[in-house]
Design a protein. Structure first.
Length: 284
């Protein structure tokens, strides 16, 4: 039986990232052979991963990464807040985003799962690639990204202009960043009123009509007036839930749509907000 030194254990730990005791155990079993010890550690890690699969993963981080042509939004969960702040956990999320963009993945697969399992084996805490989305950035498009705090909220904003040179303008870049901040703060449900689902609209109209019908002050008003009040309530709601209709976070005297128009005019281009995405940590 080969003697296992502390230096050997440290060397194996540096190579694999596994715990000192596990490294010593693996080297002992492999009679000092590093390749054999690595194989044993991998087998031990896979077994440990299987044991942890049922543990709840209520913490985590969200990530966003763009390569100029596509943008990926990703949610990665773990068991504890401590691990969510771990540098290796952060690197895993960033590496997952990079691989997804590089290889054009659009859904979870064995390679991505193996990357997650590899860190589970080292950290010994369950983790889960909750979800990810990949969005194309159109020609003459520009993507701004933002991550709030300790990965609690991630945002991507995609703008399009009739003149690509507009995105070299500092004012336009600043607006794109501000729109990402706006989305992180207000988390709009819809881009604009034209994409609001009919079912949602009808549900809200039903609520507003019931409110008007129960208001004694409006009882004597003509139906046309009552319906006008209902529609006014709906318009006010859109200003709360639709991104383009919301008061702009940096200047609440104007809407987001107006801020876009003003910025575009100053830059000599028509700028559109074509899509956005908001990911929040802990949501399935």
């Amino acid at each position: 039986m080969a003697a296992i030194s502390a230096a050997d254990v440290k060397k194996l730990r540096d190579i694999t990232g596994a715990g000192m005791m596990d490294c010593k155990k693996a080297l002992t079993q492999a009679d000092g052979d590093f390749a054999g010890a690595e194989k044993i550690l991998k087998e031990m890690g896979l077994a440990a991963v299987a044991k942890r699969q049922d543990r709840a993963t209520d913490n985590g981080r969200v990530f966003v990464k763009s390569n100029g042509k596509k943008v990926v939004m990703l949610s990665l969960s773990c068991e504890t807040d401590f691990v969510a702040k771990n540098e290796d956990f952060k690197k895993l999320g960033e590496d997952l985003c990079a691989v997804i963009l590089e290889k054009g993945y659009t859904e979870p697969n064995d390679e991505l799962k193996s990357m997650v399992d590899g860190l589970i084996a080292i950290i010994k805490e369950n983790m889960n690639l909750v979800s990810f989305t990949v969005t194309d950035i159109p020609e003459n498009g520009y993507c701004a990204t933002y991550v709030h705090g300790e990965g609690a909220v991630a945002v991507s904003i995609i703008l399009k202009a009739d003149n690509a040179a507009a995105f070299e303008n500092d004012g336009v870049k600043e607006l794109a960043h501000d729109l990402a901040l706006h989305a992180a703060a207000y988390k709009p449900q819809y881009l604009c009123d034209s994409v609001v689902p009919k079912e949602y609209e009808e549900e809200q109209l039903g609520i507003f009509r019931a409110q008007v019908a129960q208001d004694e002050k409006l009882a004597s008003k003509p139906d046309k007036v009552k319906e006008g009040i209902v529609r006014g309530k709906l318009s006010k709601l859109y200003k709360e839930v639709c991104f383009l209709d919301q008061a702009f976070v940096k200047d609440d005297s104007k809407s987001v749509a107006q801020a876009l128009a003003d910025c575009g005019k100053a830059a000599g281009a028509k700028i559109e907000l074509v899509s956005y995405s908001v990911f929040m940590a802990g949501l399935k």
